[in-house]
Design a protein around this ligand. Structure first.
Ligand code: ATP
Length: 710
């Protein structure tokens, strides 16, 4: 397996008389308008893979060779020095790369208050991106960059409606779940892993089974070093409880994870935020280099890039409050601003100039300021959007889109990944390690259970065999069942973190829902067994429940089953209510109601029949768990009767179960465990179904809503 070479050394020093960033719009090629077709910079010479397309596509609309590549081929000599010359990726007729086009994309979101009109976030956005090039989406904060990325990547959230046409090589394609990679703004990573572990596990999951584990590790090492993370390899990522790597390093780890497979289409949301200018340059130049070498299509939403980073972009999409101010080769933007009456002042970074010109958030302040000599941004935006509509710019974009739509090629498919069993093994291992390291997952709970076990064991110490011990035994059993299950919500925040990682990795197609559900069950079971056995044994023998290894074994199996079941229930809550505070409240509420209907606080025959007995009593897992414990405790035992009523008469445990506790005796205590096991399976299948339905149904509902909106 060939691994990428390390980053080359830093770019040349800009000339003092002509700062590097000033060359963006004033490069020799750009100035003469000759673009990439001039001075021997023929597309085919730089990128042989483009030749096939060059042959098929009509001559460039502006005489610069085929559309979509001028940004790449027009790389001026200085830019070529800043962005090292890319290796050559050979596209074929079958795989010409990803030509992404979008036309007249509008996005609206339902108004915040009842009856409010939908709010427009994007209106009429049109553009394109091609293989080997980096498209930068820029604009003031809140202008719709992330929304545009999400729209292109097929990841818009609920309640948002989109219209317009988004095509890949002229076809509609489903982009989420693995066909493209997306680096999100929030850097969701497993906090307990070190950088090396995070990337290794990801490599094992994403890279194809044809690669050996050694090759995958070597590739992961190379990617880590390429992102400048060599020194932080063994540092934990950190999160909720412990500080780990810095924000900028987290961002780079997230990029590493998505770059492992060299995706054909890569979306980056603020890849340079949190990075210093040198790191920003290195990260972006590496991405640009890989894009050129592997024919990757990169779309990045960027905030305020420095001059060197701006020079790496082949194409620029400048947005202002949901509208396009400029779309075209990044090197043409300065000229466009100059022609529109907003020349970039000497020594100012062009990207700073563009953003300052179109940010109207502070217009009032600027107008009030005595120093204000420039046009308000609102006016500038109007002038620029009008200027962009001129044939020189917007028609060029449309012509290029028309050419790109005719590209064709094989349908866009997911890359080969590891097998189901490998993914299952890797995920189980990762999850097991995470549960071991995250003290909040099980260890704290174990400590609390041990403490409460001592309390319970000393308060109910050796309950004995008197008539009153019947009541005490029932109380110990009910309290143990209720507490051990209720405390499962203590691990909920950790589980919610896991679900966030799952959602990100799932959307990126690293593995399926089934792998997640099974691996989570497998990795959690040993911990839950420890939680059931150690505190269970302590309170079992301290309270003096019925002796016998078989009865003790049943007691811990039943406890373990209860904990597994309640964890499965919490999984469903986590996927429906992903906020951990809300999840804890909902989980506690649901368990509270189930506990109330379990047949202890109110005997089964005393429960009001509508709702509480049918169906709540039969849905409550406490019913099956507690009745199983009761059977385990009372069958085969005798107790003296209440001495105040009848002296020297014994009562059987069976009588207690049937008459006093109203336990259903038509089946054995093992059937109770089987029912709990079945409920656990049902909950996990339900989790699977909810995630799958959300994945399948939501896009369809959105599609229908969008059609209605047209
Ligand atoms: N689901 C939503 N509901 C309501 N408004 C939304 C929603 N999503 C986005 N918006 C609004 O749309 C606008 C664009 O948001 P978006 O996150 O795309 O901006 P951005 O350019 O990425 O901002 P930033 O650079 O600050 O991250 C914002 O004004 C935001 O408040």
């Amino acid at each position: 397996m060939a691994v990428s070479s390390p980053l080359p050394r830093w770019a040349p020093t800009p000339s003092p008389s002509r700062p590097l960033w000033r060359w963006g719009g004033g490069t020799p090629d750009a100035q003469t308008g000759s673009g990439g077709g001039s001075a021997g910079w023929s597309l085919g010479r730089i990128f042989p893979w483009a030749s096939a397309w060059q042959r098929r596509a009509p001559a460039g609309v502006d005489g610069r060779g085929p559309a979509g590549f001028d940004g790449v081929e027009a790389a001026p000599s200085t830019r070529a020095a800043v962005a090292p010359a890319p290796a050559r990726w050979a596209g074929t007729d079958e795989d010409p790369g990803v030509f992404l086009t979008w036309e007249d994309v509008c996005v609206t979101v339902a108004g915040g208050t009842y009856g409010a009109q939908p709010v427009s976030i994007l209106s009429g956005i049109t553009g394109h991106a091609g293989p080997g090039e980096v498209l930068a989406i820029m604009g003031p904060s809140g202008c719709g960059k992330t929304t545009l990325l999400d729209t292109l990547a097929g990841r818009l959230g609920p309640g948002i409606t989109e219209t317009g046409s988004i095509l890949i090589n002229g076809r509609r394609e489903k982009l989420a779940f693995g066909t493209s990679a997306y680096v999100t703004q929030d850097n969701v990573l497993m906090s307990t892993m070190s950088v090396r572990e995070a990337i290794y596990y990801s490599a094992q999951l994403q890279l194809p089974g044809s690669m050996s584990a050694e090759e995958k590790r070597a590739h992961a090492d190379a990617v880590i070093r390429e992102m400048g993370l060599g020194d932080a390899m063994d540092t934990r990522i950190g999160g909720r409880m412990t500080k780990g790597i810095s924000g900028g390093q987290r961002k780079r780890v997230t990029i590493c994870v998505e770059m492992l497979t060299r995706p054909r289409l890569l979306f980056l949301d603020e890849p340079t935020s949190g990075l210093d200018s040198a790191a920003s340059y290195h990260v972006m130049s590496h991405i640009a280099r890989v894009a050129a070498r592997e024919g990757m299509t990169v779309v990045a939403a960027v905030h305020q890039p420095c001059g060197d980073v701006f020079d790496l972009f082949h194409r620029l999409c400048l947005l202002a409050y949901g509208r396009t101010v400029f779309f075209g080769p990044a090197s043409d933007a300065t000229q466009f601003f100059t022609e529109s009456g907003f020349p970039c002042p000497h020594l100012r970074n062009p990207s700073d100039h563009f953003l300052r010109t179109i940010n109207k958030d502070f217009d009032e302040e600027i107008v009030e300021s005595s120093k204000a000599r420039r046009k308000p941004a609102a006016e500038a935006i109007e002038i620029l959007t009008d200027a962009y509509q001129s044939p020189a710019y917007s028609e060029k974009t449309m012509d290029r889109i028309a050419e790109m739509k005719g590209i064709g090629g094989a349908p866009f498919r997911k890359r080969e990944q590891a097998s189901f069993s490998t993914k299952l093994f890797v995920l189980t291992r990762r999850s097991f390690v995470n549960m071991h390291r995250d003290i909040g997952y099980y260890w704290m709970r174990l400590g609390v259970y041990l403490g409460i076990g001592i309390c319970l064991g000393t308060i109910f110490y050796q309950v004995g065999h008197s008539y009153s011990s019947i009541q005490s035994r029932c109380e110990v059993i009910m309290y143990t069942t209720a507490l051990i299950t209720f405390m499962a919500i203590g691990g909920f925040p950790s589980f919610v973190e896991d679900v966030k990682v799952f959602r990100r990795e799932r959307l990126s197609g690293h593995y399926g829902v089934a792998e997640f559900v099974i691996s989570n069950t497998l990795s959690a079971t040993p911990y839950l067994a420890v939680i059931a056995v150690i505190p269970g044994a302590m309170l079992y023998y301290l309270t003096g429940l019925m002796k016998g290894p078989d009865r003790f074994a049943y007691f811990v199996i039943n406890l373990c089953m209860c904990t597994l079941l309640v964890e499965s229930m919490m999984m469903i809550i986590a996927v429906i209510v992903p906020d951990f505070l809300m999840g804890i409240i909902v989980g506690a509420g649901v368990q509270g109601v189930m506990m109330l209907n379990g047949g202890f606080f109110r005997l089964p025959n005393e429960l009001p029949k509508p709702v509480w007995k049918y169906p709540c009593y039969y849905i409550s897992f406490h019913k099956y768990a507690v009745q199983g414990f009761y059977k385990n405790e009372f069958i085969g035992q005798t107790f003296p009767s209440d001495q105040l009523v009848e002296k020297n008469v014994t009562i059987s445990g069976l009588w207690v179960l049937q008459e006093k506790l109203q336990v259903e005796m038509g089946y054995s205590k093992w059937v109770n465990i089987a029912i709990l096991c079945g409920m656990m399976v049902v909950y996990r299948v339900l989790f699977f179904a909810i995630v799958k339905i959300a994945e399948e149904v939501r896009p369809k509902l959105r599609g229908m809503r969008c059609k209605l909106c047209k």
